[in-house]
Design a binder for this molecule. Structure first.
Ligand SMILES: Nc1ncnc2c1ncn2[C@@H]1O[C@H](COP(=O)(O)OP(=O)(O)O)[C@@H](O)[C@H]1O
Ligand SMILES: [Mg+2]
Length: 434
């Protein structure tokens, strides 16, 4: 049986790859459970089974990592040595400090690019901005500075494992090619309103999740409410990276670096670019930078959805300008309609083509005593979608689970699915009703 544990007891700890080699590293390792003959043994953390592999050419550094990570972890001197053993299962690589040099990282980049089922963490002696950028660009998901304590290490491993669990490429079972730039540009959809609390973020998250469930290609949701964005909270995400990281890497931003900076909403596969964690960072981001980010995203996605704050600023105007479609969200109350009317006038003044504007009336119930036809007459635009008011919405927001997932049979969820149908056909499974 093939095995690929490093034999720490031999003179040369480097792995022998032939089938005859008896290779238990140390007594404790040999009985480690395997997914199959050639897969790395899984580790158990937070109830999740994780295949962990250490890559480090230096014997001493490698054995130190093995001591920290536990005996059932495989190790190789070079990332390429792992290739014969890959079987499509998810693997988290812990790259030792010697991997932080150019040559090793380009090997890592090739392997990670070809195998989306592998995620990597780099442990380095010295964390510099340029190393961080280089590592992220190579597809490494996290960089930790030594000494790394156990909690830090296990949290990073869990995060990477979670991001692999349902990444779009794995959901489709094709291991490698889904994040490619195929020359087709994504549809860019901005969700906007001139009134706070009108439901922009609720609509943007649900639209994102619905489209991600329907689309073969990745769908990205950008939180362009840079000061008070709450997309991450609404989707219960713990952002590893935010727009700030993307902006600070703009000079080398390409599809692969961008992919490594997105956060995956596991249950739908939606990719999220969260707003900065601190409102103060918002000032550091300008419209040109946001446009550049969207341009990179649209090269490998089917849809890029942009949630916005409730006012016009340069970033919002930039987003509206490059969008193919703009969803104008209006609540069913007089102040909301008044503000949307002013917003529409502003958009006309800015020469925004009316064809790309879609009016979405939120909380549109008969109980609110405002007639939809009258609202449409006032705004001189007809509503594309009416979304009812329902207690399941705040409930879903508080649970961090979008209503299309938490209450798929509710009227709200059906309206939101109808909205998604404007931009992509219904789910392939045919689950969706008209
Ligand atoms: N259709 C709806 N029915 C009931 N409550 C809603 C509906 N849409 C939005 N809400 C509530 O309004 C709050 C504000 O929505 P949000 O999407 O955060 O607004 P915005 O992003 O425009 O400021 C949400 O927390 C949600 O509870
Ligand atoms: Mg919002």
């Amino acid at each position: 049986m093939s095995s690929f544990f490093t034999n720490e007891n031999s003179e040369n700890p480097v792995l022998e790859l032939d089938d005859e080699t008896p290779v238990p590293a140390q007594g404790t390792v040999s009985e480690a459970p395997s997914l199959n003959e050639s897969a790395p043994p899984p580790s158990e953390r937070s109830g999740r089974q994780i295949n962990l592999v250490v890559i480090e050419p230096d014997d001493f550094a490698r054995s130190q990592l093995l001591v920290q990570l536990g005996a059932d972890v495989s190790s190789f001197p070079k990332v390429e040595d792992l290739l014969p053993y890959l079987n499509g299962e998810s693997i988290v690589l812990v790259l030792g400090p010697s991997c932080a040099i150019d040559d090793s990282l380009s090997g890592v980049e090739r392997v990670l690019h070809a195998h989306r089922e592998i995620g990597a963490i780099l442990v380095t002696e010295e964390l510099t901005t340029s190393l961080l950028q280089q590592a992220l660009r190579s597809g490494v998901k996290d960089v930790l500075e030594a000494p790394v304590d156990d909690t830090q290490m296990h949290e990073a491993i869990d995060r990477v494992a979670a991001s692999l669990a349902l990444s779009p490429s794995r959901r489709r079972g094709d291991g490698a090619t889904t994040f490619e730039d195929d020359g087709e540009l994504a549809q860019v959809i901005t969700v906007f309103s001139t009134k706070g609390g009108s439901g922009k973020s609720v609509i943007a998250t649900n639209l994102g999740v619905s489209l991600a469930q329907r689309s073969e290609k990745p769908v990205v949701l950008i939180d362009a409410d840079l000061q008070f964005g709450d997309i991450a909270v609404m989707l219960k995400l713990v952002p590893e990276h935010t727009i700030v990281d993307v902006v600070s890497s703009l000079d080398r931003l390409d599809v692969s670096l961008m992919q490594s900076l997105l956060v995956t909403h596991e249950s739908s596969g939606l990719l999220v670019l969260p707003a900065p964690l601190e409102p103060a960072f918002a000032d550091q981001i300008d419209a040109a930078e946001m446009v550049q980010i969207v341009e990179v995203l649209r090269r490998f996605c089917s849809h890029v959805i942009i949630d916005t704050p409730a006012y016009f600023n340069d970033v919002v105007l930039g987003m509206i300008e490059i969008s193919d479609e703009v969803l104008l969200i209006a609540g069913m109350d007089i102040p909301s309609i008044k503000n949307v009317k002013i917003g529409l006038q502003t958009l006309h003044l800015l020469n925004t083509p009316v064809e790309k504007l879609h009016l979405i009336l939120n909380r549109a119930n008969s109980k609110v005593k405002l007639d939809v036809a009258e609202v449409e007459r006032t705004l001189q635009i007809s509503a594309d979608i009416l979304i009812p008011s329902d207690i399941v919405v705040p409930q879903s927001v508080n649970r961090g689970v979008p209503v299309v997932q938490s209450s798929p049979r509710s009227g709200v969820a059906k309206s939101l699915q109808e909205l998604a149908s404007l931009f992509a056909p219904a789910a392939k499974s045919g689950r969706r009703k008209k």
